[in-house]
Write a protein that binds this ligand. Structure first.
Ligand code: FES
Length: 84
């Protein structure tokens, strides 16, 4: 099953099938069942990929996922809350 898992104190773990596009339009395809780990700590030498440095720098993340507050989403997207 494709999706994104937030690894506690570690990277975003993406499971294919999916595609990732960078800011220059370069696309990589992740095949079904394959995984890609994207750095969340900001210390990887191979960004956007995780290289395990989060362990060395003792990266500590929030323990749980919290939905984005509606007000923040509206401010970013300009969406109307009555559309939800
Ligand atoms: S999350 Fe692993 S190096 Fe940043």
């Amino acid at each position: 099953m494709s999706g994104i898992r937030i690894q506690p104190n570690g990277p975003y773990v993406l499971t294919g099938p999916l595609t990732i596009e960078d800011g220059e339009g370069n696309v990589i395809t992740v095949a079904e069942g394959r995984i890609v780990k994207l750095c969340r700590c900001g210390h990887s030498a191979t960004k956007p990929y995780c290289d395990g440095t989060h362990r060395r720098v003792d990266f500590v993340s929030r323990p749980t996922f919290e939905p984005e507050p509606v007000a923040a989403r509206e401010a970013r997207d300009g969406s109307d809350p009555s559309d939800a």
